[in-house]
Design a protein around this ligand. Structure first.
Ligand code: PXP
Length: 241
């Protein structure tokens, strides 16, 4: 059954808009945990535009729920992960000029460097997930790096209006989730998921974790984070019941 991991980056985005100390992403994470989410996800970006190093340190010290660190496969970030020991690391591509993570990792083109980062993290017991497009070649290359998980990029599916084109994007996710599982990879998914589009992705056979950030935080601004999280959990539970 698919589980919700809430990405609290954009709570930090709001704080960083004023470089103050509120709202605190750790406080948001506490509410998510009290609602029963499976995990908290944060992305420590190279440019520190939202989550800061101290957020990671404080979350690691306090949270007992699964902490998933999204990170670029750079020496700096691998060093931070080795020190802070998140429960899971998700390797993502990162470009300074992008508004959000745009595409999946090119594991085919960077297999050796990614495999080295995977090995360094796994050596200290951190399971590694690779954020990739639902592309057969990327899935096969991901399996060759030794990573235990992949996170399928749902952006194309989410950005396509409901209709036959979106159905084709969903079919691709269904097919490549099965492909990844045949190769022994566990399958997560995320990016752009909302209450409106999450159900078919949550219902994919073997789906493990859904990483959802923007739409939960956006809804939380209007109704509070507890209600926003509960609404999303209800959609996921209904889809997998
Ligand atoms: N998964 C990954 C790897 C991401 O980079 C992001 C965005 O930070 C998400 C999931 C969450 O996407 P969204 O904020 O659109 O829900």
């Amino acid at each position: 059954m698919a589980k919700l991991c809430v990405n609290v980056d954009h709570v930090a985005t709001l704080r960083e808009a004023r470089k103050t100390d509120e709202p605190d992403p750790l406080e948001a994470a506490r509410v998510c945990v009290a609602c029963g989410v499976a995990g908290i996800t944060i992305h420590l970006r190279e440019d520190r535009r939202h989550i800061q190093d101290h957020d990671l340190t404080r979350m690691r010290a306090e949270l007992r729920t699964m902490l998933n660190l999204e990170m670029a496969a750079t020496d700096e970030m691998v060093g931070i992960a080795l020190k802070e020991r998140p429960d899971q690391a998700t390797l993502v591509p990162e470009k300074r000029e992008e508004i959000t993570t745009e595409g999946g990792l090119d594991v085919v083109g960077n297999q050796d460097a990614i495999a080295r980062a995977v090995a360094s993290l796994q050596k200290v017991g951190i399971p590694v997930s690779l954020f990739i497009d639902p592309d057969p070649a990327q899935i096969e290359a991901s399996a060759r790096t030794g990573a235990q998980l992949v996170e399928l990029h749902t952006g194309s599916y989410c950005n396509t209006p409901a209709g036959p084109e979106r159905e084709r994007e969903l079919d691709l996710l269904v097919r490549e989730a099965a492909h990844a599982q045949e190769l022994g990879l566990r399958v997560n998914a995320g990016h752009g998921l909302t209450c409106e589009n999450v159900a078919p992705v949550a219902a994919i056979r073997g789906m493990n974790e859904l990483n959802i950030g923007h739409s939960v935080v956006a809804r939380a601004v209007l109704v509070g984070i507890e209600q926003a999280v509960r609404e999303m959990m209800r959609r996921i539970d209904q889809a997998t019941a």
